[in-house]
Design a protein around this ligand. Structure first.
Ligand SMILES: [Zn+2]
Ligand SMILES: [Zn+2]
Length: 140
């Protein structure tokens, strides 16, 4: 909790219970939940928190770079408590999103310089596939 207090202070953010709850939830999961999933997960502990409040807390946390917003396609936003650059893979069957670990695409920023007139700052690489569980299910 001390850690969180100093993180929020550094970002000049007011430490509201809603922001703390959303931030802590995202730190506790690697599942890249949607705003609605977060809302449902927190409902038991925070019955008065509305979906709009969850959206607002998420927006604030994304703005100060404590949370990463990932747009996996079709306006389907997911949220990630890990803000270090990393790639994602989504299962096209069950729609779960996993981190791609052990490979870094930041060298792509250099490679693309020959193709565009931009100063390249970052990139997002998304992969799509069928997860292990869904592969198993389709064989049964
Ligand atoms: Zn799947
Ligand atoms: Zn991630």
């Amino acid at each position: 909790m001390d850690n969180l207090t100093s993180i929020f202070r550094e970002k000049k953010l007011k430490l509201t219970p809603q922001r703390i709850a959303v931030y802590k939830y995202l730190q506790s999961t690697k599942k890249h939940p949607s705003a609605e999933t977060i809302y449902k997960a927190l409902q038991l502990e925070y019955p008065t928190m509305s979906l709009a409040t969850v959206y607002k807390a998420l927006k604030t946390l994304v703005d100060v770079n404590l949370v990463q917003e990932i747009n996996i396609g079709e306006g389907n936003f997911r949220y990630d408590g890990n803000v270090h650059p990393h790639s994602h893979i989504q299962c096209i069957v069950c729609e779960k999103v996993d981190d791609v670990e052990g490979i870094c695409f930041s060298n792509l920023n250099d490679k693309i310089k020959d193709c565009v007139d931009y100063e390249v700052l970052s990139n997002q690489v998304y992969f799509y596939g069928i997860c292990k569980d869904c592969q198993k299910n389709s064989k049964e």
